[in-house]
Ligand binder design. Structure first.
Ligand SMILES: *Cc1c(COP(=O)(O)O)cnc(C)c1O
Length: 386
């Protein structure tokens, strides 16, 4: 057994690989004196809109802010319901709560962990205003079906695309079939800056204008305000993001090739491996396996200096204090979300992995699985004697 230490992120390696370009971009901003709402933010917004084939992109302070600022722009607030999933990062629900609206959770599809589109219609009430599909782990939700329900029932669609920038469906781009798409640039995302950042990407000029105003104290003209907030993207981050955006497709391809390596190396094990839907470009923000003995596998890897993390071990409706606004509710059962919380484990997955590291992960997981098979056989044997 190899003893290769494998971390969970490649941030510093990524910086070193692009050091001269990133340092030059940062230096240019420092010398320019334009640190807030300057030309680098405008340039990055142009770059991002072009990358997404969208009309507008507006930089904001975080993915969370992007989500609730879009809800505010659409007039979603107290008394309104927003349908989403419970097995996502907490911020998806938090954004709905900040907007003053009520989250309604439907279950996920056990294959992909994305929203089960067959359950959405039953969750709709006269108060429902929007659906927030999350492209979890880097795989697009089934947006054609979501968009069709929204069209029929006159609902908004806001994509939580914090995890899948650069992914696409078989016949749709992300951002194409919704009112707006929200993304995050915190470092662990596929496109990350050196702090907090986020963006709203949209074809709707009215949403872009509203978010531009809301992010800057309700002001687009000096000294003239309507109520808003302070949620700006800094020029330093924007300059770095423009440099990194040019690498994103290559990085995502590297993630995809490590995913193929994991798929191949782990296919004989007892683990449930990630399901990539046919013709979807899954960009493996996370490579998530499932097993009933998740904690055992995580601990086994940890003892061998391989970091594996859980996304997310507590579903939102299982968090303490639920329902925070007293009215959040579960539509039907969330059995798949709950099973996923108990079973998921994310293996190291980042573009700067080495082949040797990926192989060490595979070998260690396979060794655990062989031991685990022994464990299961013993457990069965004991059962037979009882
Ligand atoms: C990271 C993330 C967010 C929040 O983004 P921040 O920039 O951290 O506010 C929202 N939703 C999902 C699914 C995320 O992964």
């Amino acid at each position: 057994m190899s003893s290769v230490k494998v971390g969970f992120y490649g941030h510093v390696r990524q910086y070193h690989n692009l050091k001269s370009e990133i340092d030059a971009a940062i230096h240019e901003v420092l010398e320019s004196g334009s640190y807030v709402m300057g030309p680098k933010v405008k340039q990055f917004e142009k770059d991002l809109a072009a990358y997404c084939h969208a009309k507008e992109a507006v930089g904001v302070n975080s993915g969370t802010d992007a989500l609730w600022l879009v809800m505010m722009a659409l007039g979603i607030g107290p008394g309104d319901e927003v349908i989403t999933t419970s097995n996502t990062f907490f911020a998806t629900a938090e954004a709905i709560w900040i907007a003053g609206a009520t989250a309604v959770f439907v279950d996920c599809d056990a294959r992909t962990c994305n929203i089960d589109v067959s359950l959405i219609e039953a969750a709709i009430t006269p108060r429902t205003k929007a659906i927030v599909p999350v492209h979890l782990y880097g795989q697009p939700a089934e947006m054609r079906a979501v968009a069709e329900i929204a069209r029929k029932r006159n609902l908004f669609v806001i994509e939580d695309n914090a995890q899948a920038l650069g992914a696409r469906g078989p016949d749709f781009r992300l951002g194409q079939l919704s009112d707006a798409m929200c993304t995050s640039f915190i470092i662990q995302k596929n496109l990350g800056c050196f702090g907090d950042g986020g963006a709203v990407v949209t074809d709707r000029a009215d949403i872009a204008e509203a978010v531009l105003r809301l992010r800057n104290h309700g002001s687009v003209k000096r000294s003239v305000h309507s109520m808003g907030y302070n949620s700006r993207l800094d020029d330093l981050h924007a300059a770095v993001l423009s440099v990194k955006l040019r690498q994103l497709d290559k990085w995502n391809d590297q993630r995809r090739s490590f995913a193929r390596k994991y798929d191949e190396g782990l296919k004989g094990t007892s683990l449930k491996l990630p399901t990539a839907l046919a013709d979807y470009r899954h960009i493996y923000h996370l490579y998530v396996v499932e097993t009933d003995r998740r904690d055992s596998l995580q601990e086994y890897l940890k003892q061998r200096e391989i970091t594996a993390l859980t996304h997310y071990p507590i579903a939102i409706h299982q968090q303490e204090g639920f329902p925070w606004g007293k009215s959040e509710r579960i539509a039907g059962s969330l059995k798949n979300a709950e099973a996923s919380a108990a079973r998921v484990l994310s293996l190291p997955m980042f573009p700067e992995l080495t082949g040797e590291e990926a192989q060490a992960v595979i070998d260690t997981v396979v060794a655990w699985d062989n031991q685990n098979k022994g464990h299961e056989t013993r457990a069965k044997g004991q059962g037979a004697h009882r």
